[in-house]
Write a protein that binds this ligand. Structure first.
Ligand code: F6P
Length: 324
């Protein structure tokens, strides 16, 4: 391997810059040329490349977002688009890719590898933590801390005004953020896609909270939860069916994806970058690097995508007990 291209794709997440820095510096350490590719797969097809040396990535370990920008590409999903991308890489002399992103990013990388035999290595970057083969994706820890801080602030108002707050957090298909921040933020109830609590259970749980002496409540709702009502409909439901609640809704949105990465995410990103480059040097391809039992491990991309990380049932139980 003489020249490695690195790009970020899909939703940004804190820690992506730290991973880019790590890939670039590991390449420099091993005398491999490193090329930054802008705008994800779009940038590969358009040849939007820039050679990056160790000093090019100074001052970015603490920055949220991604200096390489990110995009979702429709054209790369076509055979013609991928051919165009391959031609650009060959022209630039790039002989391996490090793809930083989530399942969409990895699906593209895997298909590209299968079609052209092009060496690829994935680094999982998404706040949702919905990738199999790693206990943590890049940005998950930072997002948890961001959300907990927001919940703490909302709790001030909830308790001052004896209110019930429904707080929506990200997680299109999974409840990892919701479950963790629900426990850390002392939520009375957590609604996640993996477990359909049902409206009756929610009503029962709110009533129980109140009779146990609580004057305010916080319910964390994962974006993808399956209770069948969106967060505003949940408020209407409580307003119409339950006596004496002063209900408010707070949708946290994209503030959850931004901000300076936590120490954990910076260290994880640095480790993942080293492992990704050194694995490519060893001739490994079509894998994702991940954290398992505090070790860097490789998982085949197809498993990383299909496996879907499972909710920790113990956490569910802890959250139930904590809301007593
Ligand atoms: O990065 C994943 C995610 O945060 C999901 O939880 C959310 O549904 C989605 O991104 C929203 O992304 P966008 O606004 O880029 O479409």
């Amino acid at each position: 391997i003489k020249k490695i291209g690195v790009f970020t794709s899909g939703g940004d997440s804190p820690g992506m810059n730290a991973a880019v820095r790590s890939v670039v510096r590991t390449c420099a350490f091993h005398n491999i040329e490193c090329v930054g590719i802008y705008q994800g797969y779009e940038g590969i097809m358009n040849g939007d490349f820039e050679v990056l040396g160790a000093r090019s990535v100074k001052g970015i370990i603490n920055k949220g977002g991604t200096i390489l920008k990110s995009a979702r590409s429709k054209e790369f999903r076509t055979k013609e688009g991928r051919k165009k991308a391959h031609d650009q890489l060959v022209k630039a002399g790039i002989d391996a890719l490090v793809a930083i992103g989530g399942d969409g990013t990895f699906t593209g990388a895997m298909i590209f590898n299968e079609e052209f035999g092009f060496p690829v290595m994935g680094i999982p970057g998404t706040i949702d933590n919905d990738i199999f083969g790693t206990t943590h994706t890049l940005g998950f820890d930072t997002a948890l801390n961001t959300v907990v801080e927001a919940i703490d602030k909302i709790r001030d108002t909830a308790s001052s005004h004896n209110r019930l707050f429904f707080i929506e957090v990200m997680g299109r298909d999974v409840g990892h953020i919701a479950l963790n921040v629900g426990i850390a933020g002392g939520a009375e109830e957590i609604l996640i896609p993996e477990e359909d609590l049902g409206l009756d259970r929610l009503v029962e749980s709110l009533n129980k909270s109140r009779t146990s002496g609580k004057s305010s409540s916080i319910v964390i709702v994962a974006e993808g939860d399956k209770i069948g009502k969106n967060i505003f409909e949940l408020k209407d439901f409580v307003d119409e069916n339950m006596e004496g609640y002063d209900v408010r809704v707070s949708v946290l949105g994209h503030m959850q994806r931004g901000g300076s990465p936590s120490c954990f995410d910076r260290v994880l990103a640095s480790r993942m970058g080293v492992k990704a480059v050194e694995s490519l040097m060893e001739g490994k391809t079509n894998y994702m690097v991940g954290l398992k039992n505090n070790k860097m491990e490789l998982t085949p991309l197809n498993q990383a995508i299909k496996g879907k990380s499972k909710i920790n049932l113990e956490l569910l139980r802890v959250s139930d007990i904590m809301s007593t």
